[in-house]
Every structure is written in structure tokens, then in C-alpha cells.
Design a protein around this ligand. Structure first.
Ligand SMILES: Nc1ncnc2c1ncn2[C@@H]1O[C@H](COP(=O)(O)OP(=O)(O)OP(=O)(O)O)[C@@H](O)[C@H]1O
Ligand SMILES: O=P(O)(O)OC[C@H]1O[C@H](OP(=O)(O)OP(=O)(O)O)[C@H](O)[C@@H]1O
Ligand SMILES: O=C(O)c1cccnc1
Ligand SMILES: [Mg+2]
Length: 549
């Protein structure tokens, strides 16, 4: 086995067990029977998978889910129990030979071309092109859509959070408890990472996808302690000397000493909270990151945290930081940072001023933008609900449309021009300007020669005759590669970390005005002159001529 095959096997090894041929809509199977019955077994189809509108009122989308689509093709097979179940639910008149046909079905005759996973993509440009026997290509529709739609929506959402947060802030995904069920939660963690998050609290996602797992602790850990008597073990060995340190005595002493600096009386601070933080510090002396908003950040949490952090320092350990999960996150983060700076200055501990401040609590894109405007000192956002449920737009509208059958183009007409499909077997090219930015995506008929660097190309709006422009590309990127043919994967999927890097490098090719949050400029998607005429001839051929009476 070659290295390439080995790495393909490693990456392709795991897929969520519910992704299987029956994870589809019933109509795919009933259509398959009707196709089979009407002698269409040898028909060859081309389907395009694309979306019509970018999500989140934005002007770009991140394409994700390709690796899972390839795993699905690789594993596509109806088991005996699948066939039994289908026999049970389909009408009695279904011919038994159809089930024998299904039993042997695999994706060996399918060819899948796709844009690279992690790329920025735009409306109407197919993300996937599926060619092969009509019946099997049809049977793939729903599963491919469910694998691409949520993955791309999540990756786009995460990339948008990354853009507003900036590259110096760390982003953690905390959404499992709020996600659309266990599968939604698992996919959300995976594609949040692809979109630019740094880690997840979801342990299974960490194991399955090799994503860094991170976290702090919950309020329950603090509220489970009521008094200082609740702490049974107070001893921590010094990191270097291994001498025993009494964390309780040290923390109480520090709390008394720093209370005047912070201007909070130790009597106001919660002893239960101090007991909890000391216990956490003893359990994780090298990873002490404490939740400080259980009672009152200013009057209790910060004082208790700093006392325990200084006690840990006496034992040779450096605390990591705090998490704030309620209140005014701008104000409280600034307050926390200035407290850390005061202590750093007073006790000549420069690292204390750099302690990490994590913020969480119903954060969304707008909250981050607003916090940026106000000024804050947050190093890390922990984000759950809005991220994983894509609350601002809960679905991406990818569709799967037949564009060619047995070499003949197919068009789906609609009163809504935006919904008319672009027929035929096509290629997509991204044309870049001299400054390195992507200028336009161009769809052409596959029979046309590719655009050439330095040569003028006429780019036309697919439906509005007067909208056209000449483009002289400085670089031309052919967007499709064949990822699956002859029953196997042709290009090894990249590790997730590389797909994540691809997202950022692909986003860098977009002009800033296309990426901005408010009223972004649309990116242009065009068709060649040849494809334009092809669409419109076919449109006229297929649109019935009405009669006025
Ligand atoms: N400075 C800020 N600017 C804008 N939004 C903020 C700021 N600070 C916090 N928020 C957001 O405001 C909301 C505050 O939530 P909420 O009204 O539930 O208050 P809370 O602080 O969680 O109260 P509680 O103590 O009851 O938990 C959250 O969505 C939070 O992300
Ligand atoms: O707010 P999200 O973006 O969804 O982030 C995850 C939230 O989950 C946790 O607590 P949880 O919300 O379960 O309880 P709490 O609101 O009482 O802290 C955590 O403290 C965050 O607040
Ligand atoms: O680790 C955390 O702080 C965390 C994890 C999940 C949800 N909220 C917070
Ligand atoms: Mg909450």
C-alpha cells in the first residue's frame, strides 16, 4: 500500500454511523424503482449541487463536507436488513429483481468532481458535479445535501466569527448542549474548527476529528462548596522543591494582603467560592482557569481568583486565567485586566498582567462587534448556542439538480429567474486580478477552452443580457478536481487542520468589501458568452408559448 493510500485510509476511516444509504428521503428510492421499471438503468446523468444565496446576509460561503461525501460514496451499500426494510415499506407489487439490483449497487460507476474543501464559494457555482448512472446519482441526492449543507453553513458561520474576532483572539466552541441533537453537535464542533475556531469542549469530536479539546469549569463546581470547611485537602507540593504548601493558608493570607489593592474587603468575598477555586487549583495546578462570576466578579470572584493564583505562584505554578459568563463583558474584562496589571506591578510578577480572560454567555457576531467598539480585554470567547445552531440563519439552501441526461442538457424553468438552473456539463474558473484578489467566477460549457492568463474573456450575467464585462485574468484557477472515480478516491482528503488553513488562505483572496459585515459587495458569478447563448436557446425551446384570449 502506498503512503498516499495509507493516509487516505487513515483520514477516511471514521464516519458517523448514521450516514448510510437509508439516510435519505423515501422519494429517492421510489424514483429509483420507477426509473428501473421504465428502462432507465443505463441512462447516464449529470447532477450539480449548488446553492442560490449566501447565508447570514453575507456575500461568501465556505464549502465543507467533501470528505464526508467521499466516505459516503466509499461505504455506499444496502445491507440485507436495509433491503428487508425496503421490502417491508414499499408496496407489494415491487418486482423482486429491483431489490436484487439494489443489493449490488455501489458507487463504482460514479464520478464526483468538486471544489476543494475549505474554499470560498458563491451562488450558482456547483460545489459538486456528480456524473454516472441516473439511478445511483439520484439515490445520492439527499445524503450529499445533508452532508454539505450543514457543514458549509457551520464553517461559514465559524469563519464569520473568526473574522469579527480577529486573529489574536482565541475562539472555543462550547455548543454541544445546545446543538440540534448529538449529530448536529458533533458536526458543529468539526466544522467550527474548520471555519477557524481553535478548539472545542466536545470530547468525542476531539477524539474523532483530532480537534484540540479545551474548557474551564461550570458554576456548579463553585456552588457545590459553601464554606472553607468544605475543602478537605489543602496541600500542594511545590513544583520544583516538592515541599508541601498549604494552599488554604497561603490563599487566605494573599486575600487579606491584596484586598486593599483591589479595594474589596475579604469579608464581602464568598468563602465557598474560595474553597472551590482552591480545590480546582490543587487538582489542576498547571491549568488553573477559574469561573469568577458565580456571585460577583468585582466583589468576590476576582479577589478569590487572584488570592489562589498568588498562592499557586508560591508553590511554583502559574495560573492560566479566568472566565466571565455574565454581566457587562466589556466592563468586567477591563476591570479584570487592570486588577491583574496592578498585582503584576505591586508584586513584580509581569506574567500576572497577561493572564487569560475568557468570556462567554450568549455571544454572537454582533456582540463581538459591539465589544470591539467598546474596547475590551478578552483573550478568548467561548461560544455555544448562536454558533452551533446558526441562529441567524439555520439552513443553507444547497440543491441538487439534473443538468444533463444521456448527453442532452436539461433546464429547470421557474417564474423566479434566480431559480432557473444552468444546464449542461460545465466547468468553473476563478479569475484573479493583478493585485491577487479573486475578481469573478466564470462558468463555461465543458467543451469550451479554459480562459487564458492575459487574454480578454467576456463574462456575462447568466440572466441579464445587459450585464457583462471583459476580464483579463492575471491568474486562472480551474475550480474542479475529480475526487472520486472508478470506485475509489482519487485525491486523498487533507487533514482537518489543513482544510482549516485552506479556509483562511481562500478568504484572503477576497476583497475586504466582499467580506465586510454590513452591506457587503456581492462577488460576481458569470457565464461565458457560449454558455449564455446555450442557456437562453434551451430556455426558449422549453418555455411554452402562451396564447392570449
Ligand atoms: N458590553 C457588552 N456589550 C454588548 N453586549 C454584551 C456586553 N456584555 C454582555 N453582553 C451580552 O449581553 C447579554 C447579557 O445577557 P443577560 O441579559 O442574560 O444578562 P446576564 O449577564 O447573563 O445576566 P445573569 O446574571 O442573569 O446571567 C449576553 O448576550 C451577553 O453576551
Ligand atoms: O451561552 P452560549 O453561547 O450558549 O455558551 C455556552 C454556555 O453554556 C454554559 O452555561 P449554560 O448556558 O449551560 O448555563 P448558564 O447560562 O447558567 O451559565 C456556559 O457557561 C455558557 O454560558
Ligand atoms: O469549558 C467550559 O467552560 C464550557 C464548556 C461547555 C459549555 N460552557 C462552558
Ligand atoms: Mg448561558
Amino acid at each position: 500500500m502506498s503512503n498516499n493510500e495509507l493516509s487516505t485510509n487513515r483520514i477516511m476511516a471514521r464516519q458517523n454511523g448514521i450516514v448510510q444509504p437509508l439516510l435519505t428521503d423515501l422519494y429517492q428510492i421510489t424514483m429509483a424503482y420507477a426509473y428501473w421499471k421504465s428502462g432507465k438503468v443505463n441512462d447516464v446523468a449529470v447532477f450539480d449541487l449548488f446553492f442560490r444565496t449566501n447565508p447570514f446576509q453575507g456575500e461568501f460561503t465556505i464549502f465543507a463536507g467533501l470528505e464526508e461525501c467521499l466516505k459516503f460514496l466509499q461505504n455506499f451499500h444496502y445491507s440485507d436488513s436495509d433491503i428487508e426494510y425496503l421490502m417491508h415499506i414499499l408496496p407489494d407489487n415491487i418486482e423482486p429483481e429491483f431489490f436484487a439490483y439494489l443489493k449490488d449497487l455501489t458507487c463504482k460507476d460514479i464520478k464526483l468532481s468538486a471544489i476543494e474543501e475549505g474554499s470560498v464559494v458563491f451562488p450558482r457555482v456547483p460545489l459538486l458535479r456528480i456524473e454516472g448512472p441516473l439511478i445511483i446519482a439520484q439515490l445520492l441526492e439527499t445524503t450529499l445535501l445533508t452532508l454539505v449543507n450543514f457543514a458549509s453553513l457551520m464553517a461559514t458561520n465559524a469563519a464569520r466569527y473568526r473574522m469579527v474576532a480577529g486573529k489574536n483572539v482565541s475562539l472555543l466552541e462550547f455548543g454541544l448542549r445546545r446543538a440540534q441533537g448529538p449529530d448536529g453537535g458533533l458536526s458543529a464542533s468539526k466544522y467550527a474548527y474548520v471555519g477557524g475556531f481553535d478548539g472545542t469542549s466536545n470530547v468525542l469530536a476531539g477524539k474523532m476529528f483530532n480537534i484540540p479539546v479545551k474548557g474551564t469549569h461550570a458554576h456548579s463546581f463553585v456552588t457545590s462548596f459553601s464554606t472553607l470547611d468544605d475543602i478537605t485537602s489543602v496541600v500542594l507540593r511545590h513544583a520544583d522543591t516538592h515541599e508541601q504548601c498549604n494552599i488554604l493558608e497561603l490563599s487566605l493570607e494573599w486575600r487579606r494582603r491584596i484586598s486593599s489593592i483591589i479595594d474589596v474587603s475579604p469579608e464581602e468575598a464568598s468563602d465557598g467560592e474560595l474553597a472551590a477555586l482552591m480545590s480546582y487549583a490543587i487538582a489542576f495546578p498547571t491549568g488553573f482557569l477559574a469561573l469568577v462570576d458565580t456571585y460577583d466578579v468585582k466583589r468576590s470572584g476576582l479577589l478569590n481568583f487572584c488570592a489562589v493564583a498568588l498562592a499557586l505562584n508560591d508553590c511554583g505554578y502559574r495560573a492560566v486565567g479566568i472566565r466571565i459568563d455574565s454581566g457587562d463583558l466589556a466592563y468586567l474584562s477591563v476591570l479584570a485586566r487592570s486588577t491583574f496589571e496592578q498585582i503584576a506591578e505591586e508584586f513584580k510578577l509581569p506574567w500576572f498582567s497577561k493572564l487569560t480572560i475568557v468570556a462567554s454567555n450568549d455571544i454572537n457576531e454582533e456582540t463581538i462587534l459591539s465589544l470591539n467598539e467598546q474596547g475590551h480585554k478578552i483573550d478568548c470567547f467561548g461560544i455555544g448556542t448562536h454558533l452551533v445552531t446558526c441562529q441567524r440563519q439555520p439552513a443553507l439552501g444547497c440543491v441538487y439538480k439534473l443538468v444533463e441526461i444521456n448527453g442532452q442538457p436539461r433546464i429547470k424553468l421557474s417564474q423566479d429567474v434566480g431559480k432557473v438552473t444552468i444546464p449542461g456539463h460545465k466547468e468553473a474558473y476563478r479569475l484573479f486580478g493583478a493585485d491577487g484578489h479573486a475578481l469573478i467566477d466564470l462558468l463555461q460549457r465543458s467543451s469550451e477552452p479554459a480562459p487564458i492568463i492575459g487574454q480578454k474573456v467576456l463574462c456575462r450575467h447568466p440572466f441579464q443580457e445587459s450585464k457583462r464585462a471583459y476580464v483579463i485574468p492575471s491568474k486562472v484557477e480551474h475550480l474542479y478536481k475529480v475526487y472520486w472515480s472508478d470506485g475509489g478516491v482519487c485525491i486523498s482528503p487533507k487533514p482537518l487542520s489543513q482544510v482549516r488553513e485552506r479556509v483562511q488562505s481562500s478568504l484572503r483572496t477576497l476583497r475586504q468589501d466582499i467580506k465586510r459585515n454590513l452591506n457587503p459587495t456581492p462577488y460576481k458569478v458569470a457565464v461565458s458568452d457560449d454558455l449564455y447563448n446555450f442557456i437562453h436557446d434551451l430556455w426558449l425551446q422549453n418555455a411554452p408559448i402562451g396564447e392570449l384570449s
